[in-house]
Design a protein around this ligand. Sequence first.
Ligand code: NI
Length: 185
Amino acid sequence: MGRWNPDIYEKAWVFASRQHNGQSYGGRVAGERVEYINHIGSVAMEIIWALQDNELADSALAVQCALLHDTIEDTGASHALIQAEFGQAVADGVLALSKNTSLDKVQQMPDSLARIRQQPAEIAMVKMADRITNLYHPPHYWDNQKILSYRDEALVIHAALHEANAALAQRLMQKIEAYPQFLRS
Ligand code: NI
């Protein structure tokens, strides 16, 4: 597919902004809500950081999948719509990054990771960037059990995908190791 540029970014950013419009998630302090697009921007930032030292990567694929990674799972966007707008490789990548909610909850992450591993390495990079972003800080309402299980799940993601990109794998492990700082006393 090739190298990303501002026009490629802008098209996917506008699409994601419209799709996630009105969505928010729990912030770091009680009662705080954060616009969902904030998460999307952070994942794209992590990917662009990792692409700096990775000239062989398909940066257009990686950046578009970063911006669109939650559109199938969390909005009304279909694989067919993303394929029509952004092409087959992006649509297939976003689909692999989406949980199959017809499966039991415990099977959804292993199933997604198995499908990501069948995709180009850029898709695994997006999944690691996504989890790095989600480990910045837990939502204010998570208890210690949820914080520890989320950290354990991040270890599973790291084990499955670390070979896709050394810089993101190292950064993910740093976030995993630092995460117990958020346990409530
Ligand atoms: Ni996400």
